[in-house]
Design a protein around this ligand. Structure first.
Ligand code: NAD
Length: 258
């Protein structure tokens, strides 16, 4: 196992003002990376940058809505202008609140697809255009258990998150021989502000949800960050097109009637 060292490397993480993205930004920075911290929320992005700098790391915020392709192109250009290269593109933005599929109108469908697959697709294309002439790079995307198995109320989100997996696999196959690796992380239920705010609306709240997990608890954002830095590191040099569940065994379960 090589020591993980991202000195001299640039890592761009979307939705890095909170949860998984923030934990990942802090971890990559602590291993020497220069991090572009994207978020749609300026205060959140700046808070992540501040935390990284307080720990003597290097980071710059880029506030934009990554669900719009033109913003994504500007974000990649900003990363290259700021730090001169792009080594890791981490497509992490996404999310959905459970809604029955028939209650999702066309506007909401388009919004969910724009956030959960278009953002990853266009950022990946823009990143490839930088990484290929550079001689290589690494692309990571956050999918979801809902992209592997069906979850009631997360049908449209699941379609998009399954697309993320297909996207990473296609990139791995088409560009692997050009030094590009593309992998997916599939988180289980993680204790992030987004999930916790939804759990609090449920009758049993966070406690019942914790108890229902195979490991008896939600995951921590830092546990996804650990997977991300492994996949982006040279220790994963032959890991390409993979889907890594980091979900405390949720993907191993088979639904059965009580
Ligand atoms: N938390 C979970 O349990 C869980 C489970 C499976 C998958 N995921 C996936 O993990 C990823 C991160 O989720 P999280 O729970 O850490 O997030 P979170 O809810 O903690 O934070 C989301 C962040 O995304 C930002 N954001 C929202 N829309 C954006 C946009 N259009 N452009 C840029 N930034 C935007 C928000 O401002 C916020 O800072 C998402 O792709 C989500 O689908 C999360």
């Amino acid at each position: 196992m090589n020591t993980i060292d991202f000195s001299g490397k640039t890592v761009l993480i979307t939705a890095a003002g909170s949860g998984i993205g923030r934990a990942s930004a802090e971890l990559f920075a602590s291993h020497g990376a220069s991090v572009i911290v994207n978020d749609i929320n300026s205060d959140a992005a700046e808070a992540t940058v501040k935390s990284i700098k307080e720990n003597n790391g290097e980071a710059t915020a880029f506030v934009t809505d990554v669900s719009k392709p033109e913003n994504v192109d500007a974000m990649i250009a900003f990363a290259c202008d700021t730090y001169g290269r792009l080594d890791v593109m981490f497509n992490n933005a996404g999310g959905s609140f459970p809604t029955p599929m028939l209650d999702i109108d066309l506007d909401e469908y388009r919004r969910l697809m724009a956030l959960n697959i278009d953002a990853a697709y266009f950022a990946t294309m823009a990143a490839l255009r930088v990484m290929l002439p550079q001689g290589g790079g690494c692309i990571l995307s956050t999918s979801s258990g809902a992209g592997i198995s069906a979850v009631p109320g997360l049908g449209v989100y699941g379609v998009a998150k399954a697309g993320v997996i297909a996207l990473m696999r296609s990139v791995a196959l088409e560009y692997g021989r050009h030094g590009i690796r593309a992998n997916t992380i599939s988180p289980g239920a993680m204790e992030t502000p987004g999930l916790v705010s939804w759990l609090k609306t449920l009758p049993g709240g966070v406690k019942d949800y914790n108890d229902a997990q195979p490991q008896g608890r939600l995951g921590r954002p830092e546990e996804i960050a650990d997977a991300a830095i492994f996949l982006a590191s040279d220790n994963a040099s032959f890991v390409n097109g993979a889907v890594l569940p980091v979900d405390g065994a949720v993907h191993s379960t088979l639904w059965q009637p009580l």
